[in-house]
Design a protein around this ligand. Structure first.
Ligand SMILES: NC(=O)C1=CN([C@@H]2O[C@H](COP(=O)(O)OP(=O)(O)OC[C@H]3O[C@@H](n4cnc5c(N)ncnc54)[C@H](OP(=O)(O)O)[C@@H]3O)[C@@H](O)[C@H]2O)C=CC1
Ligand SMILES: O=C(O)C1=N[C@H](C(=O)O)C[C@H](O)C1
Length: 268
């Protein structure tokens, strides 16, 4: 199979930098372009500068030209930016890997619609370990289907803008699906004041924000007399970035369709 030429959106962001580094290392992937918003001070600088590498690819503020130069755009930015880049990818007939979290229902519907015309991987967490945890949660929920309260706890760095994390929400969705519940109806996002006793069918979410925590997620199944905790801790952003490269390679040769990392990793 031929190399996949990737365009990195949000090139100077935390994930953008990591994605550039991963693209330079990953076999079968070529860094075609990198772009960011016009106001960032990194426009015109070499995409590898922050990793101490000269790539010959300059960060541009011309998203359309950057996407046109690639087979696949990899986007970890913000929902509003991703939707603009997605529309450009559709016009230009390019594949899209979306790692951005925090979409509302309309944003998710827009992604599904574009995926009818171009291939898209859309996943809140591209790390292999987290995707393994999604499978472990299916098994745990099937076994612990009665008498256990489900709580999802996540911690991230102080700069994160959405809560709960996309990963925490997906964990809640996975467990709710296995338990035959609808997450929209049973989720409790934080508690305060006189809450009354916990309702057994609820799935609670707790969010911690602080310092430079890369990303920790725990799903707690709490029964009377025992507790089971399934935890994933990220020590680096590189597993997200290498997962995104796998996703870009997975899309090579596909003409349309909406996929997630479970598809990419063959875990479906
Ligand atoms: N799926 C996964 O595996 C992972 C997903 N994420 C998600 O990726 C996203 C980015 O995270 P992170 O890298 O930490 O964020 P950063 O804020 O560090 O980077 C975001 C980048 O996108 C740019 N940007 C912001 N708003 C827009 C916009 N409206 N249009 C175009 N570009 C924009 C920023 O530019 P500027 O600096 O000018 O604001 C910046 O370069 C988040 O949604 C996060 O939850 C993160 C890690 C893993
Ligand atoms: O913003 C982050 O940093 C992360 N965001 C993703 C999420 O919202 O789940 C993935 C990871 O937890 C890091």
């Amino acid at each position: 199979m031929s190399d996949v030429r990737v365009a990195i959106a949000g090139a100077s962001g935390r994930m953008g930098r990591m994605l550039i580094e991963a693209a330079l290392k990953e076999e079968g992937v070529v860094l075609a372009s990198a772009f960011d918003r016009p106001q960032t001070p990194f426009i015109g600088r070499d995409a590898g500068e922050m990793a101490g590498v000269n790539t010959g690819v300059q960060i541009t503020d011309d998203a359309a030209a950057a996407i046109a130069a690639a087979d696949c755009v990899i986007d970890f930015t913000r929902p509003e930016g991703t939707l603009v880049h997605l529309a450009l990818a559709r016009e230009l007939g390019k594949a899209v890997v979306i790692g951005t979290t925090g979409f509302d229902a309309a944003g998710k519907a827009a992604i599904a619609e574009v995926a009818q015309q171009v291939p898209v991987v859309f996943a809140p967490n591209m790390a292999v370990g987290v995707n393994a945890v999604f499978k472990l949660l299916e098994v745990a929920a099937r076994i612990l289907d009665e008498g256990y309260d489900v709580e999802v706890i996540e911690a991230h760095h102080r700069f994160k803008v959405d809560a709960p994390s996309g990963t925490a929400l997906r964990m809640g969705e996975v467990v709710a699906r296995e338990l035959g519940r609808n997450l929209d109806a049973c989720a409790i996002y934080g508690r305060e004041g006189y809450t009354g006793e916990r309702k057994p069918e609820t799935i609670g979410f707790s969010t911690i924000r602080g310092g430079d925590v890369v990303g920790d997620h725990t799903v707690l199944f709490a029964g009377l007399g025992e507790r089971i905790e399934i935890t994933h801790k990220s020590g680096s952003r590189m597993p997200y970035a290498t997962g995104a490269m796998r996703a870009a390679r997975f899309l090579g040769g596909r003409s349309s369709g909406l996929f997630d990392m479970q598809d990419v990793l063959g875990l479906r």
